[in-house]
Design a protein around this ligand. Structure first.
Ligand code: HDE
Length: 760
């Protein structure tokens, strides 16, 4: 089975990312024959749905399995029809009074077709509008069974899930790699009802009270007059708000760190943010924070890379997720919990567990793994699934309850409310992707888009006419009971607890926990964002906030802005660093990483083939880059397919680059331009400037670079010192690859950053 999986990965990875091989296969559909580009003239069997195209759709609104396959309404039938099933003879011409005459109002098909089209769009989410999602399965280890009776967390229980990732600020068409928080929302279709864990990739939030949500979002969204900038925090209103509202400091600092620009959704941690309450079978309660730990490691982009990607491939994260799943390289996360005693104070080691701007360092409360999530199927239809999925933190199951975190309280209201506008009425739970897999016997009736045909005459309780059905479920039958938590005896107030006033100790802890190179990135991010702010007063105010985090941070950002650095109002809090907050210092699997191989006709193709194979054997993705598309060594018996040309490749797509050297005079492996180069042209001029750019960018972005034969020539021409860290011109392709892969385990060649000397 391992060999089979590897073979599948090899085939599909290449197809999915390469845009098809020489045989004309459709990307991601291995084995498909060269399709004719003409529309068939007679009905023929459409491609069968892929096995992963079943899922929650296979259940009715009442949780019963349905015989009607999900594809029944897809383009699978023989004849084109109207929505009413009337067969159509033409869909290309409106009904007219003669070929040149006016269109007739009686054209019912035109009317239906355009009416439906006019209403294809629904309002996008007010936040998290842009998303990418996938189906998967969650398998519980059983380790949480000591603290919760939730059935899906019992040992070896497997639960289907749907997971949606999303930047927060941008609209649906915005780019993926903007600096922002990412949503991490998981729907568990458990046997006891739907459980939604609607978290983020940052463990704290901007605000402590839901009533501030419209304020922080209005500040972050584009300016209301010109509606710019899109999906950015680098503008006046955002910094105006966060500098005045200092409880946002901690989250903002995370945003300015590498966490704000993940390399991939697959390499992000996820957090439930709020503290939740778990209940065991005997009714004992525990407080917990949820964490998702990616198996692929925690990696980020660099800011320049992220900016370039937004132009080169605005769908970078979406594509990466879909490609990986299509290729069978299924992304995985471990779900873990930090466990705290449920004391009346609801604090742990002095940290207020109800304050969503605070974390509990993992060194104080280790994250205990409770199960493994695997994403194994892409959505079949973006709109039906990714767009229409509706999450809600109030979708709970027995054994899991909320706490009195005031931010969570507001969310419990908001998530149902927002769907009424977005999904057009109260029946969104009946949309296939939202349907529970547990039986539903509710007494909710009618409303827009009601698709259930309820029988019975007594949708009320108590009733005798429907035999008293349905009945209440006691504890034994899995009936949900709220935990009878004591409500503090106090008057009604609009106030926050005193502990919520500490806005700086944890930002300082985060800052101190980062490695020097991560701090360098934070400084650069603040300098960039504030550099885009017009109002001097906002920059100065933000510097005063930074002074409360750390004097060095404040001075460096001030220097970048050309402003004097203020000092803190008083002594800075003394805090212990939490090394777990840093993303560096560990070695991660290199599976799924993308290695570009620059080669030409005159490269030793046997070596290129062997290296390519070794990359595949390592579970990584090799992409051959050359001057033109098609085949290298087309005349040979075993040509090499080119996946990217110098025109379509940009360094940001690759995690590492390899150079298959040996450019021949007049037929340079690195560029098509060489043919035109005259005698006496310096070596560098023979190399395509796009290759030089690719190399210098990859070098600047601290990516491993390897080469063999006379690869040195290209590196030198790109201004790269071949003795620099992470640059290896080896005797053989294999040796170069080995070193590059070793470096990839650490993600980047961190030594190339100016602060490298300080890195351990
Ligand atoms: Fe959300 N949030 N949020 N949020 N949120 C929405 O719900 C809201 C908050 C999060 O992929 C909306 O269906 C309020 C924290 C994710 O569909 C809306 C407050 C966290 C997603 C909403 C918060 C989140 C949303 C918009 C402050 C991390 C995307 C569309 C009290 C723990 C879910 C929708 C998806 C989406 C409201 C704060 C995460 C408007 C009022 C804290 C991942 O209901």
């Amino acid at each position: 089975p391992v060999k089979e999986t590897v073979d599948k990965v090899i085939d599909t990875v290449v197809d999915a990312v390469s845009g098809g091989g020489p045989s004309g296969t459709i990307p991601g559909r291995p084995g498909s024959e060269s399709p004719s580009l003409d529309e068939p003239t007679e009905p023929r069997e459409p491609p069968a749905p892929k096995p992963d195209q079943s899922g929650p759709q296979a259940f009715t609104a009442t949780g019963q399995a349905t015989d009607v396959p999900p594809a029944a309404r897809a383009q699978t039938g023989e004849y084109l029809t109207t929505a009413q099933g009337l067969r159509l003879a033409d869909t290309d011409h409106s009904l007219k009074a003669g070929p040149r005459g006016p269109v007739l109002l009686q054209d019912h098909h035109l009317r239906e077709k355009i009416m439906h089209f006019d209403h294809e769009r629904i309002p996008e989410r007010v936040v998290h509008a842009r998303g990418a999602a996938a189906h998967g399965v969650f398998r519980a280890y059983g380790t949480a069974a000591t603290v919760t009776k939730a059935a899906f967390l019992a040992e070896d229980v497997q639960t289907p899930i749907f997971l949606r990732f999303s930047p927060v600020l941008g609209s649906r068409g915005s780019a993926d790699t903007v600096r922002d928080t990412r949503g991490f929302a998981t729907k568990f279709y458990t046997g006891e009802g739907v459980f939604d864990l609607v978290g983020n990739n940052i463990p704290v939030f901007f605000i402590q009270d839901a009533i501030k949500f419209p304020d922080v979002i209005h500040a972050g969204k584009p300016h209301p007059d010109r509606e710019i900038p899109q999906a950015q925090s680098a503008h006046d209103t955002f910094w105006d708000f966060v500098s005045l509202h200092t409880e946002a400091t901690h989250h903002t600092l995370w945003n300015m760190s590498d966490r704000g620009i993940p390399r991939s959704y697959r390499t992000m941690e996820g957090f439930g943010v709020h503290t939740f309450r778990l209940i065991d079978a005997a009714g004992a309660t525990t407080l917990v924070k949820f964490h998702w730990k990616p198996k692929a490691g925690v990696h980020s982009l660099l800011w320049e890379e992220a900016q370039l990607i937004n132009g080169v491939d605005p769908d970078f994260h979406r594509r990466d997720l879909a490609d990986a799943i299509e290729a069978g390289a299924y992304p995985q996360w471990e779900l873990g919990i930090q466990v705290f005693p449920d004391t009346p104070e609801q604090t742990f080691e002095g940290i207020d567990l109800l304050d969503p701007t605070k974390i509990v360092p993992e060194e104080l409360a280790p994250v205990q793994p409770v199960g493994l999530l695997t994403l194994n199927a892409n959505p079949v239809n973006y709109f039906a699934e990714t767009e229409q999925v509706a999450f809600h933190p109030g979708h709970l199951v027995p054994g899991i309850d909320i706490t009195d975190d005031p931010l969570l309280a507001g969310r419990l209201f908001s998530y149902l409310d927002t769907q009424i506008t977005r999904l057009g009425g109260p029946n969104f739970a009946q949309i296939p992707i939202n349907r529970t897999h547990a039986p539903v016997n509710d007494m909710l009736r009618d409303g827009f888009h009601q698709t259930a045909v309820h029988s019975g005459v007594a949708p009320y309780k108590p009733n005798s006419l429907d035999g008293g059905c349905p009945f209440f479920a006691g504890q034994q039958e899995g009936g949900y009971r709220e935990t009878p938590v004591q409500v503090p005896a106090a008057g009604k107030v609009r106030e926050a607890p005193a502990s919520f006033a500490d806005h700086f100790s944890q930002p300082r802890q985060f800052w101190l926990s980062l490695t020097p190179v991560e701090r360098e990135h934070v400084i650069a991010a603040y300098a960039f964002e504030l550099g885009k702010v017009y109002e001097q007063a906002i920059k100065e105010r933000t510097l005063r906030v930074l002074a409360e985090i750390d004097p060095y941070l404040c001075q460096q950002v001030a220097q970048g802005l050309g402003l004097p650095a203020p000092t803190s109002a008083g002594p800075l809090p003394s805090v212990e660093p939490s090394p777990a907050l840093s993303q560096l210092g560990r070695t991660w699997p290199t599976t799924g990483r993308i290695i570009g191989i620059v080669a030409g006709d005159s490269s030793d193709l046997e070596v290129v083939r062997a290296v390519r194979q070794q990359v595949l054997d390592g579970g990584m993705v090799p992409l051959v880059i050359s001057a033109a598309g098609g085949l290298l060594g087309a005349d040979s018996s075993d040509p090499v397919t080119v996946q990217r040309t110098f025109a379509t490749a940009r360094s940001v797509e690759f995690d590492a680059l390899l150079l298959a050297g040996a450019p021949a005079p007049g037929k340079d492996a690195y560029g098509a331009r060489d043919a035109k180069a005259g005698n006496g042209t310096p070596a560098g001029a023979l190399i395509d400037p796009r290759v030089l750019l690719m190399l210098s960018e990859a070098f600047r972005h601290a990516k491993p670079l390897g080469g063999w034969a006379d690869a040195e020539q290209a590196l030198t021409a790109a201004g790269i010192d071949t003795a620099a860290p992470g640059v290896l011109v080896a005797d053989s392709g294999e040796a170069a690859l080995q070193e590059v892969v070793r470096l990839l385990g650490r993600h980047r060649v961190w030594e190339r950053f100016p602060t490298a000397a300080d890195i351990v």
